[in-house]
Design a binder for this molecule. Structure first.
Ligand code: ADP
Length: 158
């Protein structure tokens, strides 16, 4: 079964990567797709986010890295995936994620949203927290893959 893991990944964190590794084992095939969201100003250009994910998932044979704009369910149909995968870190993620899941199901009943609980030791991680720490010169090497740590250092001239 092929699953789709969509997100902004601005940038990829070890929390995302943990979810990707576990999902690949569960589903066999996984498409990690960066959403090009014009209403969200990204810190990293799309190409850089794609290459961060490609580099960090190079050891995972059945992970495909892609990007899309428009509706997630339309992209899920295009890549022949009947599962949209999302991570849940805490209750605070739940309300928003449930709303999106219901919306997506109303648009495409054949596409199921599945949630994976984040690894406990990564549940404090978010792309924005990582950027905040890096901006002020904190060490982020336990939060992101090595290539992303380098990109963050360059972004904030560290
Ligand atoms: P979005 O803007 O679509 O929420 P994100 O890149 O922030 O994009 O997150 C993409 C997905 O990864 C979401 O399902 C989110 O819950 C999940 N996620 C975010 N941070 C973590 C983490 N630390 N561990 C596991 N999953 C996470």
């Amino acid at each position: 079964m092929k699953a789709l893991y969509p997100g902004s990944f601005d940038p990829l964190t070890l929390g995302h990567l943990d979810l990707i590794e576990r999902a690949e084992r569960l589903f066999g095939e996984l498409v990690v797709a960066v959403l090009q969201n014009p209403s969200k100003q990204a810190s990293f250009p799309l190409e850089q986010r794609l290459s961060q994910i490609r580099q960090a998932t190079a050891h995972l044979e059945t992970v495909e890295v892609s990007c899309f704009d428009g509706l997630t369910v339309d992209f899920a149909r295009r890549c022949d995936s009947t599962v949209i995968l999302r991570g849940l870190r805490a209750m605070s993620d739940f309300e928003f994620e449930l709303q999106i899941a219901h919306t997506n199901r109303s648009l495409a009943a054949e596409v199921e949203t599945l949630f994976l609980a984040t690894a406990a030791h990564h549940s404090f991680l978010s792309s924005s927290v990582v950027k905040e720490v890096a901006r002020f010169g904190g060490d982020v090497r336990h939060m992101v893959p090595p290539g992303v740590a380098d990109d963050l250092a360059r972004l904030f001239n560290r």
